[in-house]
Design a protein around this ligand. Structure first.
Ligand code: SAH
Length: 261
């Protein structure tokens, strides 16, 4: 790849840009210079005839060869979380370390790539709290990562909801069919049908839905919550306690709480 560098008065920029696109550029960067001037850098596979740009101090430069596909793959390395998880993007072929479960998540889609601490806090608690036979609800599923993790552990019944229809559609396309993704809220879930509820949501949503969360839990049901900043911890804990799901454990890490009920 090569680039053609030009300098022009700012009011000629648009005309020059059009001429560069006409000449077949793959892309142009623009930088404002002092004195109402502008620097353009137009990328080409190989040098082209630049005679029409002679008034704009043309200069060619060789660009380093960058494998952009490889670069973007390198930006999403495999990630180990907690004791059990090995989170990878779809193109990753690294072997799963012994004792870990592979979670394949497309990083472009929805909140929940595995890079966020709130997601990781939930995953860490999930590996401790999960029991065989648990029916799981992922309330606010985003990318579907927590639902996928429960499915990967062996839960046969995993429901996952989100009010963001785009996230739900993407998760449904990407993740195992056995996970019951739906657009909507916890209100659609039957009474007393869930053993383990995962809720990585903000403080207000948790506090406002505490009664609904209690309603869907079976006797002995457990809840894993994250996404609550410490300053809202007391309010959320009170709402949970008032609705019959008192916190058993509150863990603080960096700017987040994880609450297990
Ligand atoms: N569970 C994922 C994503 C958490 S982000 C993870 O742990 O990484 C929170 C998600 O909750 C967002 O996708 C947002 O759209 C969704 N959400 C917010 N309020 C909601 C509500 N009332 N009902 C369902 N989903 C909700």
């Amino acid at each position: 790849m090569v680039s053609l560098h030009l300098t022009c008065p700012s009011d000629e920029r648009d005309v020059l840009l059009a001429a560069l696109w006409e000449a077949g550029t793959a892309g142009v960067t623009e930088t404002d210079l002092p004195g109402n001037e502008c620097a353009l850098r137009a990328f080409f596979e190989s040098p082209v005839d630049h005679s029409e740009f002679m008034d704009y101090s043309p200069r060619w430069e060789q660009e380093p060869d960058v494998d952009w596909a490889a670069e973007s793959r390198a930006a999403w390395p495999a990630r180990v979380v907690g004791e059990r998880w090995f989170i990878v993007p779809p193109w990753n072929e690294d072997a799963v370390p012994e004792g870990r479960v592979r979670l394949v998540i497309n990083p472009g889609i929805g909140f929940g790539t595995g890079n966020d601490l709130t997601t990781q806090l939930c995953l860490e608690a999930l590996e401790r709290e999960w029991s065989a036979g648990d029916a799981v609800l992922d309330f606010g599923t985003g990318s579907g990562i927590l639902a996928l993790a429960a499915h990967a552990l062996g839960s046969k019944t995993v429901a996952a909801c989100d009010i963001d229809d785009d996230a739900v559609r993407a998760a449904r396309l990407d993740l195992p069919e056995a996970i019951g993704f739906f657009t909507g809220s916890i209100r659609s879930i039957r009474d007393a049908s869930i053993d383990l509820l995962l809720a990585n949501l903000n403080a207000e949503t948790i506090a406002n839905h505490a009664a609904e969360m209690r309603r869907v839990l079976r006797p002995g049901g457990r809840v894993i919550i994250s996404g609550v900043p410490p300053r809202h911890g007391e309010r959320v804990s009170k709402a949970l306690t008032a609705n019959g799901i008192p916190p058993r454990e509150v863990h603080e890490e960096q700017i987040w709480l994880r609450i297990v009920c």
